[in-house]
Design a protein around this ligand. Structure first.
Ligand code: ADP
Ligand code: ADP
Length: 229
């Protein structure tokens, strides 16, 4: 069963003056796929990612996550689906400065149950070790380098074992060497855990490291093809 299906997804912005920014997008992502979403600025990538991330609803069409039609869910239902099935990584990692690395990683687990438990902490520590930051668990984000902060954000995105991770320019503010390391880390989780990834990137070299490139232009999928490695 696909982790994600978009069926005829259209998005309009505005009320008096309506602007259509997505035009009937169809897209299927299978378990374990590692796909890049590319396209010029303003083409609709962020809008599409927000719809897939259940942060916004389409004007027309359906978003299915693991076979479930999310148009049938109310806002609480969307929030539960988001917490259970999806992980998010952003260009600016949005780590909370007042908390340690391990506390930041635990945050998505707290959404389910309002207080931290020893199991949550163990799980978060395991993820920090997996991204090579076991020794920095008690550091606040401000004491970590940009690449380390992004690795904490990756641990946080993966701590709930999501089936699909959405990454918006995950290496956008990192130098080339660090970008490749962060990217390889995503790839490792993809291979080891079978997690699907949809990665928005402006960097053609990173897109070429994915298994599939989906290009969106003016709100329509212009190209969708496998990458030959
Ligand atoms: P990029 O994808 O290049 O990082 P953004 O997604 O931030 O850029 O923005 C793409 C375009 O969308 C820009 O032209 C920006 O002005 C416009 N935009 C983003 N958010 C809004 C908004 N809330 N209202 C109107 N226009 C927006
Ligand atoms: P991308 O991420 O590819 O840069 P976006 O999805 O941000 O593209 O934007 C697609 C189009 O939608 C752009 O023309 C942008 O100006 C417009 N847009 C994005 N967000 C909003 C918004 N909240 N209100 C109005 N227009 C928006």
């Amino acid at each position: 069963e696909p982790v994600l299906q978009l069926r005829g997804v259209t998005k309009d912005y505005g009320e008096e003056v309506v602007t259509r920014v997505l035009f009937g997008v169809d897209l299927t992502l299978r378990p374990g796929e590692f796909a890049a979403l590319v396209g010029p600025s303003g083409s609709g990538k962020s809008t599409l990612l927000n719809l897939i991330g259940l942060l916004d609803r389409p004007t027309e069409g359906q978003v299915l996550i693991q076979g479930q039609d999310t148009s049938k869910l109310d806002d609480d239902g969307l929030a539960r689906m988001r917490a259970r099935s999806l992980g998010f990584i952003f260009q600016f990692h949005h780590l909370l400065g007042a908390f340690t690395a391990v506390e930041n990683v635990m945050m998505p687990l707290l959404a389910d149950q309002g207080y931290p438990t020893p199991e949550m902490r163990e799980r978060a520590l395991a993820l920090l070790r997996a991204v090579g930051l076991g020794e920095r668990a008690e550091s606040p984000p401000s004491k970590l380098s940009g690449g380390q902060q992004q690795r904490v954000a990756i641990a946080r995105a993966l701590v709930t074992s999501p089936r699909l991770v959405l990454a918006d320019e995950p290496t956008g503010n990192l130098d080339t060497g660090t970008s490749v390391q962060v990217f390889e880390l995503l790839r490792r989780f993809n291979v080891e855990q079978g997690t699907s990834f949809l990665i928005v990137t402006h960097d053609p070299r990173l897109a070429e490291r994915c298994d599939r490139i989906i290009e969106i232009v003016d709100g329509r999928i212009r190209r969708d093809e496998p990458v030959a490695h």
